[in-house]
Design a protein around this ligand. Structure first.
Ligand code: SF4
Length: 395
């Protein structure tokens, strides 16, 4: 058995914010261990005696996604959101991630991959949300930041290359745990949800005349790790900016599966809901945010934006649906030319594959500029909070 490398320094939190377990339901099928060992690369890398008897967990929820009897599930928060809706003093704002609208229909027996954005928004309004916004707004902000940072690293050598993406909280926690020597390579940009939270509590609240202290910000995501991310110490930018104590940027995260469970408990007939639209202010985004949900999407969006910034011209047609960075291989390499620059990019999904790549890169000395790492199979579309089986279908 491999022991946890000496670099491990993030303690698993006493109360895991992402994952719950009911041992009495477990049928000992071993699927949770298998995916955590073979794909995530965490289970079996350490002995409990080395970690104070605490399991190392990167909160990705893949164990919950493969558990056939729901012995392992995401930690439910929808009851807290329901309580907030019932409180007349609270303003509940839902923010939806790109992959939810593609997968939610499966929970209601619509065919896999049905685009149910309009019904999803109608459902969130029916459940009592005061506003429904698109997190793709903040995905655009993330892309502008990541592309700008990449250009600075390449042209002004402000930080080491390659630049790794930072929008997957499981990957960031995995890197903090297993590869602390690459933290200077990880982009300083917050994830889309990390940017959406404070933007809603500052900019949106000001424009709409809302009291930020009354806002209950809810992210609706494919991701169980976002439950961990919103509780990180860094995620209280609005609190500092507005000088309001004890205010998190994003208050709750509910997964695609949780949203469906809540709707079923309320006996809502999802298929017959009439389409609704996002609120218009902060409800619009470019197409770049939408592709965040798929492996290679962050990379493609950042390279298009970098092209615009460097050359002053929109990216050419071959930067759209970049074949070299799409698809279901866990590691893909591409070379792109932007003006005078030739950039080497890598797209990875799966943290075990990321470790294998990092070892290879370190020993070969190869030069790379930009590396996207997402934890879940195929990216967020295969997230731990998606309908079970989405992972197996890939994109
Ligand atoms: Fe969450 Fe996406 Fe990362 Fe999976 S790949 S842990 S869904 S951010």
């Amino acid at each position: 058995m491999n022991h946890l490398p000496k670099s491990v320094r993030v303690p698993i939190e006493p109360d895991n914010p992402s994952i719950m377990r009911d041992e009495s339901l477990c049928i000992k099928c071993g699927q949770c261990k298998n995916i955590c060992t073979d794909y995530i690369g965490v289970h079996d890398t350490y002995e409990l005696e080395d970690t104070n008897n605490r399991a190392v967990c990167i909160n990705c929820g893949q164990c919950a996604n493969v558990c056939p009897v729901s012995s392992i599930t995401e930690k439910y928060e929808y009851q807290d959101v329901r309580n907030a809706i019932a409180d007349p003093d609270k303003i509940v704002i839902f923010n939806t991630s790109p992959s939810v609208r593609i997968a939610l229909g499966e929970e209601f027996d619509l065919s896999g991959g049905s685009f149910v954005q309009g019904k999803m928004i109608a459902l969130l309004r029916k459940l009592g949300g005061d506003y429904v916004l698109d997190t793709n707004f903040a995905a655009d902000l993330t892309i502008m930041e990541e592309a700008s940072e990449l250009i600075e690293r390449v042209t002004k050598k402000t930080a080491p290359l390659p630049q790794f993406t930072s929008c997957c909280p499981s990957w960031v926690k995995y890197a903090e745990t297993y590869h602390p020597d690459i933290l200077a390579h990880i982009s300083s940009s917050k994830s889309p949800i990390g940017m959406q939270g404070p933007t809603v509590k500052t900019y949106f609240a000001k424009k709409m005349g809302l009291d930020p202290a009354k806002i209950v910000n809810v992210a609706v995501t494919p991701c169980t790790a976002k439950k961990f991310e919103i509780r990180r110490g860094e995620m209280n930018a609005a609190s500092k900016y507005l000088d309001i104590e004890d205010m998190r940027d994003m208050d709750y995260v509910i997964t695609t599966r949780e949203l469906a469970k809540w709707a079923k408990e309320e006996n809502i007939d999802f298929a017959s809901l009439k389409d609704s639209d996002y609120d218009s202010f902060m409800g619009e985004a470019s197409g770049a945010g939408v592709i965040f949900g798929n492996t290679g999407g962050v990379m493609e969006a950042a390279l298009r934006t970098a092209h615009q910034f460097i050359t002053g011209n929109p990216a050419p047609a071959d930067f759209y649906n970049l074949k070299s960075v799409r698809g279901m291989e866990s590691v893909k390499e591409a070379e792109v030319t932007i003006g005078p620059l030739k950039l080497k990019a890598v797209v990875i999904f799966g943290t075990k594959a990321a470790t294998e790549f990092i070892r290879k890169w370190r020993s070969s000395g190869q030069t790379y500029h930009f590396i996207e790492v997402m934890t879940c199979p195929g990216g967020c579309i295969g997230g731990g909070g998606q309908p079970k089986g989405t992972l197996l279908k890939g994109d």
